[in-house]
Design a protein. Structure first.
Length: 136
């Protein structure tokens, strides 16, 4: 799978020597308002039709040298965009691409787990609205 935010490659689909995806998880929450009338035994939930999509995953990055890994770690936060359209691209067995977009996506958090030699592992949490089939 490929994952981009605003043109920045978070995952490029090449686990050996590239950016490998692991632990992908999606959560969609719907905004529900609960009305509780006075002296009534029954509450009434109202679907407000707002959706919040949260996506979390980790990326394994392998670097050719220790210096390259160190430079990436120091520069990553400043190079990473805060927000943008998040594009998810998966390939079917017949080679056809499946694209989904998280418009108005925001990187809520990015955490780096301990670096192991030339390998780094970053965990990301992205938040946005409804997942769509078009980028706008």
């Amino acid at each position: 799978m490929l994952v981009n935010i605003g043109g920045y490659k978070l995952v490029d689909g090449t686990p050996s020597g590239g950016l490998g995806l692991t632990g992908l998880r999606f959560s969609v929450r719907r905004k529900i308002q609960v009305v509780e009338p006075l002296r009534s035994e029954q509450a009434s939930p109202i679907n407000r039709a707002n959706k919040l999509t949260t996506c979390s995953f980790s990326v394994i990055r392998n670097f050719p040298t220790q210096d390259a890994a160190d430079v990436f770690l120091l520069m990553h936060e400043s190079d990473l965009p805060d927000s943008g359209v998040v594009t998810f691209i998966a390939l079917k067995s017949n080679g056809q691409k499946v694209l989904r977009y998280l418009t108005a996506g925001v990187i809520q958090s990015q955490d780096m787990t301990p670096q192991i030699g030339l390998t780094t592992v970053h965990s990301y949490t992205l938040v946005g609205g409804l997942m769509t089939t078009t980028p706008s």
